[in-house]
Design a protein around this ligand. Structure first.
Ligand code: PMP
Length: 304
């Protein structure tokens, strides 16, 4: 049984959680026509802040643009909705989930239905399990590939993309791994089921390029900026699978997963088999933004 939050923002205002319902014939339920975001709110010495709220909302609107999903509320209203739902539930540390979807109003694929919009917020600990930020996880390369370019666009964060993510994540769990890593359709490293990847090779931070069928993650962008600021070189490049076995350190990043070290891939230890110094340095810089030990030079923290 879940312990659901008391309130949710739905189609224009805050309402009780149980009242945020939709019809079973809503377009999105049948065809995957939703776009969404995952955002975190952190407690800081200066009060709760939403991390890169504007960047997440911008991506939500770009995802909607790809599918011509009309947005009935402007960006500033949805940003305010994020803050309202946090306050309504008395949350200081939370995961926020804005979602916009094709609702009831047509059964054809190209139907222009009305768009429903909701923003939920709840407390969500480390996505890949308790203690994994410290100890790391065991990952595997998935038997499933990511969507090829010009099939389903991986750069739009749409509900339907997460059929791919479910296949990758469920296969990994079934086989006893913490997470799955997908190759792109060209056979090169893409990303995790719901996380971007970084590989430390001889002191350089490597990450697959957007052409590898990834979601251009906001945490990925954050890590690249923090690393460069700390003098760690970062390159986006094509990475063959064996780089996962050659790398000194590998970690996964995402809003939900934050900065999760990989201690093994396909049963082979990553480096020493323990989270390495670059991973630790990036974790310290990232969580330092919220502890107040990393200066927010970028204006990423939005007070609630
Ligand atoms: N890739 C995929 C497929 C994802 O679902 C996510 C999580 N949104 C990410 C990467 C990481 O993106 P972000 O850092 O913006 O949360």
């Amino acid at each position: 049984a879940h312990n659901y939050p008391a309130h949710i923002w739905h189609n224009g205002g805050i309402k009780p959680w149980a009242e945020a319902t939709t019809h079973v014939m809503a377009h999105a339920l049948h065809y995957g026509s939703s776009v969404f975001e995952g955002i975190r709110c952190y407690e800081t010495p200066k009060g709760p802040v939403i991390f890169r709220l504007g960047d997440h909302m911008k991506r939500l609107f770009l995802s909607a643009k790809v599918y011509d999903i009309g947005m009935p509320y402007p960006q500033d209203v949805l940003e305010a909705a994020c803050k309202e739902v946090l306050r309504a539930n008395g949350l200081k540390t939370a995961y926020l989930r804005p979602v916009a979807f094709r609702g009831l109003g047509g059964f054809g694929l190209s139907a222009d239905t009305p768009t429903d919009v909701a923003v939920a917020a709840w407390e969500w600990g480390p996505y890949l399990g308790a203690g994994v930020l410290e100890s790391g996880i065991d990952a595997m390369v998935s038997s499933w590939q990511r969507m090829a370019p010009n099939t389903i666009p991986s750069g739009a964060k749409a509900g339907g993309n997460y059929l791919s993510g479910q296949l990758i994540a469920r296969e990994a769990r079934r086989l006893g791994f913490g997470e799955g890593i997908a190759m792109a359709s060209n056979g090169l490293i893409s990303e995790g089921a719901g996380e971007n990847l970084f590989l430390v090779v001889e002191g350089v931070l490597n990450t697959p390029p957007v052409s590898a069928g990834i979601l251009s993650g906001i945490t990925r962008n954050t890590v690249m900026a923090l690393a460069r600021d700390a003098g760690i070189p970062v390159i986006e490049r094509d990475l063959p699978r064996e780089t996962l076995y050659f790398a000194d350190e590998v970690f996964m990043v995402g809003t939900a997963a934050e900065i999760t070290p990989l201690r093994s891939v396909d049963g082979k230890p990553v480096g020493s088999g323990r989270p390495g110094p670059v991973t630790r340095q990036i974790q310290d810089a990232f969580f330092g933004l919220f502890r107040g030990t990393t200066e927010d030079k970028w204006g990423w923290l939005d007070p609630v």
